[in-house]
Design a protein around this ligand. Structure first.
Ligand code: BES
Ligand code: MN
Ligand code: ZN
Length: 509
């Protein structure tokens, strides 16, 4: 979809969207239009349940007194409550209302509103961002979609004061949306198409944005001693990969190297679980719903989409993205329950359940990350446990961390973009549940208690003293229902959150 910004105008053809505030208070554009419609707009607004509340809208086809084909009146709620998130939701709602109606273009009138903290240009950019986020579709494998089922809307033009400013603000948001779309694409691809090698190729495509991308193959990982990750992949005919992406966007300083180098000079780092399909391995999952496990690479999808967003908007930060890519399959060569593997850290693990594989992948990816890059912090993302869905459902992702500052920043970023996190505990008592007679630890606790937390405790054994946070995104990576800015399917949850974290706290000004 094409998005454009231009000066305030009173279009007299096509589709026009105008806003009405709470208690049926007309915006200036709505008033001007009502005049052209000889009072019919006010009558329509007063004639029913439409009160101008958020989420309410009213479609008025071919209004007399104008040459317009359609007027869409959208409720704005109270001006003082209109923040970025609500404006984005409004944009998503406008897109959803118009996309399948037939018109190829629409104009949206954005007025300055007393009491609203945003300028008209700022508002227009946020509404546009929401519309773009909602416009995502994954239909590349549907070869016979009837024309009438495809979105008709191709262009949205926003009329506001300061269109140049709106265009600038939207440009950066649009790069973030590109990152979100990339993540949604990756998460939506089936596992016969997207497997470790092809996912690594997708990551490789980011090099055209100036990201340095290295792909480590099995031999390299073997030499590094990544026995935990390799054990998960050994049952599959698809060989594993580890991808390292580096974005160097911070202004160059005299680098402190060697002895003077501190963690504060290091990059920030993001690490993703990339299990391209999780059958459970020999601890085979039940077949019902197993198809969902194509999106068990969701954490890696977010890391790759985030790198795309950061590079796309040229973020002034040095960031590393690492994804561990494996397919978890049962076969004659698969890892068995009871196998003991040695991780890159030297710690040994008894694999009592081959379905608790994400933590094994992350164990080596996290260790490698902190060992090689000495990052300021690491945030990992993983569709790690069903237990987090039992705890938090699909509203919040689980946050586990050894660092209160990092946690606070993540929680705030999540609130700001509407990708909400809930902090869960870590404690010695949980760590003890991983004690093992045969090796340094086992990969499951054995019971059902605190399943998301014991998984996080396992990860913590591979981060050393690095400030670290783990986001368990099992409940939020895929949505079965449309949301204002997120159509059903792969959500891209995490890209906007982490982009915001970077923008608010870790970018040099
Ligand atoms: N990928 C799954 C977790 C998952 C479940 C993600 C449902 C999304 C939706 C993970 O690898 C897994 O199988 N976890 C097990 C751990 C258990 C064996 C300790 C689980 O949650 O059941
Ligand atoms: Mn599993
Ligand atoms: Zn898994």
């Amino acid at each position: 979809m094409k998005i454009a910004f231009s000066a305030p105008a009173e279009p007299n053809s096509g589709v026009l969207v105008v806003g009405v505030l709470a208690d049926r208070k007309l915006t200036d554009s709505a008033k001007a239009l009502d005049k052209r419609m000889k009072g019919a707009l006010v009558r329509a607004v007063k004639g029913g349940r439409f009160k101008g509340a958020r989420d309410q809208s009213l479609a008025l086809p071919a209004p007399a007194g104008t040459k317009l084909d359609l007027v869409l009146v959208v409720g704005l709620g109270k001006a003082a409550e209109l923040d970025a998130g609500r404006l984005q939701a409004l944009g998503g709602g406008i897109y959803a209302a118009l996309a399948g109606r037939g018109p190829g273009a629409a104009a949206v009138a954005v007025d300055g509103l007393a009491g609203c903290k945003l300028t008209p240009a700022g508002m227009a950019a946020e509404i546009a961002f929401g519309a773009r986020l909602r416009s995502y579709r994954f239909d590349k494998y549907r070869t016979k979609v009837p024309k009438d089922e495809k979105p008709s809307l191709k262009t949205l033009t926003f009329h506001c004061d300061g269109p140049g400013k709106a265009r600038n603000a939207f440009a950066a948001m649009n790069k973030v949306a590109d990152g979100v779309f990339f993540t949604r694409d990756l998460v939506s691809e089936p596992a016969n198409i997207l497997y470790p090698e092809t996912l690594a190729q997708e990551a490789k495509s980011l090099s055209k944005l100036g990201i340095k991308v290295e792909v480590l193959d099995e031999r390299r990982m073997r030499r590094l001693g990544m026995g935990a990750l390799l054990g998960v992949g050994q049952g599959s005919t698809r060989p594993p990969r580890l991808v390292v992406m580096q974005w160097q966007g911070a202004p160059k300083k005299k680098a402190a190297k060697g002895k003077g180098a501190k963690r504060a000079d290091g990059p920030i780092a993001f690490v993703g679980k990339g299990v391209t399909f999780d059958t459970g391995g020999i601890s085979l999952k039940p077949s019902g719903g197993m198809e969902d496990m194509k999106w068990d690479m969701g954490g890696s999808g977010v890391v790759i989409g985030l790198m795309k967003a950061l590079a796309g908007r040229k973020a002034k930060v040095n960031a590393v993205g690492i994804v561990g890519l494996v397919e978890n399959m049962p076969s004659g060569n698969a890892q068995r329950p009871g196998d003991i593997v040695t991780s890159m850290s030297g710690q040994t693990i008894e694999v009592l359940n081959t379905d608790a594989e994400g933590r094994l992948v992350l164990a080596d990816a996290l260790w490698y990350c902190k060992d090689r890059f000495k990052p300021r912090f690491m945030v990992d993302l993983a569709t790690l446990t069903g237990a987090i869905i039992i705890s938090l459902g699909k509203e919040y992702a689980g946050l586990f961390s050894n660092d209160d500052d990092l946690s606070g920043n993540l929680l705030a970023a999540g609130e700001a973009v509407g990708e909400k996190l809930w902090r869960m505990p870590l404690a010695d008592g949980y760590d003890k549940m991983l004690k093992c007679d045969a090796a340094d630890m086992k990969n499951i606790s054995g019971g059902r208690d605190a399943g998301a937390t014991t998984a996080a405790q396992f990860l913590q054994r591979f981060v050393d003293k690095t400030p670290w946070a783990h986001l368990d995104i099992a409940g939020v990576t895929w949505s079965k229902a449309d949301k204002p800015t997120v159509p059903k399917g792969g959500t891209g949850f995490g890209v906007r959150l982490l982009d915001r974290l970077v923008a608010d706290h870790y970018e040099e000004k």
